[in-house]
Design a protein. Structure first.
Length: 273
C-alpha cells in the first residue's frame, strides 16, 4: 500500500538570516563610520592641522581657512560614497555566502547611504555637506538640488540592494523582511542608542546641528534595505542563492563588541598631529 505524506513542508527559520544580517549591518556601520572619520582626519593632517579623532567626528584645532575647512568636511562623504560604489560593483566574497559576505555587502551599501544622506542635510546647514555649503555660500537652489540628488540616490541605492535581497532571501516575504526590514528597525534603534552613549560620555563640545546630523544618520543609514521592497517586482527572476550562515554568529558578535568598546574609548578623543 502506498501512503502519501500530507504534512506541510517545514518552514525555514528566519532567525539565522535576521541575526546574521543585523550583526553584519552593525559591524559594517561601525567600520564605515570609523573610516569616514579617518578620511576627515587624514585630510586635516595633510593640510597641516592638528586634529582630535572621536568616534562620531573629528575636531580640527587652530584656525583652518575656509578653503581648508571645506576640503576637510567633504573628505568624509566623498570617501564613503566612492568606496561604497566600488564595493557594490565588486563582491569577491559572494561564493562564500557567509557572514563576511554580508559584512561586505552592508559596508558597501551603508557607505553609499552615508554619502547621499549628507546630501539630504545640505539645505539645513547640518552635517558635512551642510556646513560646507554654508562656508561656500552656495545658493539655496543649489542646496535644494543637493537634497534632490540625495533623495534620488536613496532610491537608487535601494534599487541596487534589491537583487541581493532576492538572491539571498528568495521569494519568501518572511525571509526578505529578515534581511531588510528587521535589520533596519533593530539596527536603527541600536545605532541611535549607541550614538547617544558616545555623545553623552564625550568631553567634546558638539554643536546642536552636528548632534542632530549624527542621530539622523543613525536613523537613515540602513533605510535602503526596507526600501528595496519597492523594487521587488524587478527582481522576481533572480536565481536563489541561499546563504551558509551559523545559527548564532559568535565571531561577529565578538567583533561587534570590540568595535563598540573601541568607540567608547574614541569618544574621549585622541589627538593627532
Amino acid at each position: 500500500m502506498v501512503t502519501q505524506n500530507t504534512s506541510a513542508p517545514a518552514r525555514v527559520s528566519v532567525r539565522p538570516l535576521l541575526l546574521n544580517n543585523l550583526v553584519a549591518a552593525l559591524i559594517a556601520s561601525a567600520v564605515m563610520i570609523f573610516l569616514h572619520e579617518m578620511a576627515h582626519l587624514v585630510a586635516g593632517l595633510a593640510l597641516g592641522h592638528t586634529s582630535v579623532l572621536y568616534s562620531f567626528g573629528v575636531n580640527h584645532l587652530g584656525s583652518p581657512s575656509e578653503a581648508d575647512q571645506v576640503v576637510m568636511l567633504l573628505a568624509g562623504p566623498t570617501f564613503s560614497l566612492v568606496t561604497g560604489m566600488l564595493m557594490q560593483l565588486w563582491t569577491p566574497l559572494r561564493r562564500r555566502g557567509d557572514l563576511l559576505h554580508l559584512v561586505w555587502l552592508w559596508f558597501a551599501f551603508v557607505s553609499v547611504q552615508e554619502g547621499i544622506a549628507y546630501l539630504c542635510l545640505t539645505p539645513f546647514g547640518a552635517g558635512d555637506t551642510g556646513q560646507a555649503a554654508q562656508l561656500l555660500g552656495l545658493p539655496v537652489a543649489v542646496q535644494l538640488l543637493a537634497l534632490a540628488a540625495g533623495v534620488g540616490g536613496m532610491f537608487l541605492n535601494a534599487r541596487a540592494f534589491a537583487p541581493h535581497m532576492a538572491r539571498h532571501a528568495g521569494a519568501d516575504p518572511r525571509l526578505r523582511n529578515a534581511m531588510t526590514l528587521f535589520p533596519w528597525l533593530y539596527g536603527m534603534i541600536i545605532s541611535v542608542l549607541l550614538s547617544i552613549l558616545y555623545l553623552a560620555i564625550s568631553p567634546a563640545e558638539i554643536p546642536a546641528s552636528s548632534q542632530i546630523a549624527i542621530l539622523a544618520a543613525g536613523t537613515a543609514i540602513l533605510v535602503f534595505a526596507p526600501m528595496a521592497h519597492i523594487f521587488a517586482r524587478s527582481v522576481t527572476e533572480m536565481p536563489h542563492e541561499p546563504l551558509r550562515l551559523r545559527a548564532v554568529p559568535v565571531g561577529g558578535l565578538v567583533a561587534l563588541a570590540v568595535l563598540v568598546a573601541g568607540n567608547i574609548l574614541l569618544s574621549f578623543g585622541f589627538t593627532f598631529g
